[in-house]
Ligand binder design. Sequence first.
Ligand code: SF4
Length: 359
Amino acid sequence: MEFLRPYLDAHAVSINRFDPLDRVHTVGASDVGQCERKVYWTKNLGDPDYGAEPDADYVDSYGAKLRGTMFENVFWAPGLKASFGGRLLFAGEDQKTFVSGYLSATPDGMLTQLTDTERYAIADMQAGGGYEAVGTEVMVECKTYDPRTNLADPKTENVFQTHVQMGLVRELTEYKPTHSILSYTDASWWNEGKEFVIEFDPSIYANAKKRAERIMTATSAEQLQPEGWIGGGRDCEYCPFTRPCGVERRRVPDAAALAALPADLVDEVIKLARAIKQMDSAIDTETAVMRELQDRLKTVLRNASVRKVPGVVSWSSVKGKSGWDNKSIREAAIEAGVDISVYATEGEPSDRLQITLKG
Ligand code: SF4
């Protein structure tokens, strides 16, 4: 029970300057790397033909987004402005949205008129990067991250976002940023963080444009892949459309088999079934190799009596999760005369795809 929380929630809504309708006709740089099916449904929210009903129990948590916005507006952008002055463009109050076709971006800032010393410093941060490749303009992007995150590398969707930002600025202005400095700050300890330098790749920008067009011109979710699910489900954890997506993915056709199957259909099915079997067996092999390597690494650390090699590996004990012995609880409830049938639940329906191809 909380007394103040509702007032804070209301304030969060009132100061959230992002309006989804602003970008209803484009895919933003921060969205374009996300699951394409989720982006499609988000863009078509409320549309009776193309939209989908969001999950009834979905809660749009504003916390992480608001944290990022606050940090950027109150600390990060003013901090950079204080040092770079007029050389910092498109930041803070001067933020600007760039739009080309179906793609849009609102970068966090761009540093201009870089000195040779600054260019050398940026080149030094980039593994294998040369000073000559760093131009006199670089984009800067602000992120905060949960300290529990293992941020050995920048997040893929953030890297994609930087390419889109650089591409749009290069296409629509006289500036030609060659790199982006992706600046992550630990959300708990603002004096800690990591920075990554991303070199502009025109082919990634071209891909992003095509991807945005494909999402915005699709006429059904079926035309777009459930990339969140394909990628292991991390995106799905924060997706408002898990139910319609699950229904779509599990949709089994009525007919078990056609009397006469077209030859090209059979060919394609065999090809895919064989590829799945091969991949399945490759995963088993790779998993065994990976476990063997993990065991060897632990043995090396154990023999050396160390748990950590800074910046490389950290090994620690993890306490077991506490849980409930449901079987005993059920038996005790029955013995106590409780009608447990009233607590029965039914899980979400699922589907099973069995590959029966031999060999
Ligand atoms: S549930 Fe996962 S796969 Fe489906 S739309 Fe959402 S993010 Fe994509």
